[in-house]
Ligand binder design. Structure first.
Ligand code: TXA
Ligand code: MG
Length: 351
């Protein structure tokens, strides 16, 4: 087991000595966790099969769940894919670097471990200065899933990475909290029409003008279901110790129901946490509950940024049940809804 080193870096103007060290680790086939604008990634040289296998090992991730390859210029895109369709070309010029991942046909350069044997590879050019500098200095594309234990909440700080992966990763670049807080949007461009496989940092509404038609490829499979779209397991993003209950509704009826259900759990002796919003958190009169506001309910960017960190905070406080409200499935709200729904394993209480 490696000892985990942590190097602090300025997120906007990262120190080149720290990055050069991290790049050396990547070139040597080691694992480096690094910040991207979405969440922290657990990176390794995407062209080195044994380094890639080490990622799966460190996360406890099944080898059937493929990884995103991170690049830092267009020549790398051409090297790792068989062809770049016009839609990818125009979307890339508009949204890259940024939180948008394309699924394209892979070239022979990408080993099968990266794609779980598939002929398709997921690729993204992140905008975070630390991620970009690391990829450039390494001189290779970097395969990186979110830097959490498999099935757990994605990390938005270096502390989250350390909590899940210390002793399993060689180096963590600590660039502070990530900017967006939810993972990238995953878009399969090998099908006609293209399919949205995961809502994320770039809203579907922003993609539509470039795509004409696009289908929703979101599936919420139970663990026993055959993984037609890998990585779509319902249990994803779940807190490890607490049960999450999702409430859909509005106004006083919603808040009263949440209050009543919380009281029932407390009466059974359970520790309760509530994920609320600025406008509603005062409505709960539950002396012993942990109530956290994600931000104003109208500020979806703040809610996205705070969601994973707040779930981890409640987990650390030892709550056994978490009650959360849903958000409209528009713009960033679709990705927020998706993560909450998965964390709740599909348990929705409609008020
Ligand atoms: O924002 C992000 O995307 C972060 C940062 C680190 O870049 N990465 C991330 O990776 O969230 P991960 O491994 O946690 O999620 C990648 C998603 C999974 O749902 C996976 O199944 C899907 O992308 N994916 C990867 N390769 C694929 C492929 N060849 N075909 C279909 N889906 C693929
Ligand atoms: Mg993940």
């Amino acid at each position: 087991m490696p000892r985990t080193r942590i190097l602090k870096v300025d997120p906007e103007h990262p120190d080149s000595a720290a990055l050069e060290q991290a790049a050396e680790y990547i070139r040597a086939g080691k694992l480096v966790a690094f910040p991207t604008e979405t969440v922290y990634g657990l990176g390794a040289n995407a062209l080195d099969p044994s380094a890639v296998s080490a990622i799966f090992c460190a996360k406890g991730r099944p080898p059937t769940d493929p990884l995103i390859v991170h690049i830092a210029d267009f020549s790398q895109l051409r090297e790792i894919t068989r062809e770049v369709p016009p839609a990818a070309e125009s979307l890339a010029h508009h949204f890259w670097p940024g939180p948008l991942t394309f699924v394209l046909f892979k070239s022979a350069l990408i080993p099968p471990q990266v794609t779980a044997g598939s002929e398709k590879v997921a690729v993204r050019w992140p905008s975070h200065p630390v991620a970009q500098a690391l990829i450039r200095l390494s001189g290779v594309p970097i395969a990186a899933p979110s830097a959490n234990l498999f099935g757990h909440i994605s990390p938005t700080t270096a502390e989250h990475v350390y909590a899940d992966l210390h002793g399993r990763v060689h180096l963590i670049l600590d660039g502070g909290p990530t900017f967006i807080g939810l993972e990238s949007t995953v878009l399969d461009l090998t099908t006609a029409p293209p399919r949205l496989l995961r809502p994320g940092g770039i809203p579907l509404e922003a993609l539509r003008p470039f795509l004409g038609d696009v289908t929703l490829g979101l599936s919420y499979q139970s663990e026993s279901a055959v993984a037609e779209s890998p990585g779509q397991m319902l249990r994803h993003y779940a807190p490890q110790r607490a049960t999450l209950l999702l409430f859909e509704g509005e106004g006083a009826p919603l808040l009263l129901t949440m209050q009543k259900v919380a009281q029932e759990y407390q009466q059974q002796g359970q520790r309760v946490g509530i994920l609320s919003v600025d406008e509603e958190q005062q409505a709960f009169s539950l002396p012993d509950a942990e109530v956290i506001s994600l931000g104003s309910r109208h500020d979806l960017e703040a809610i996205a940024r705070n969601l994973f960190a707040s779930l981890r905070k409640l987990e650390e406080k030892g709550v056994e049940v978490i009650l959360a409200r849903t958000f409209p499935r528009e713009h960033l709200g679709l990705a927020i809804w998706d993560r909450l729904y998965r964390a709740a394993q599909g348990r929705i209480i409609r008020v």
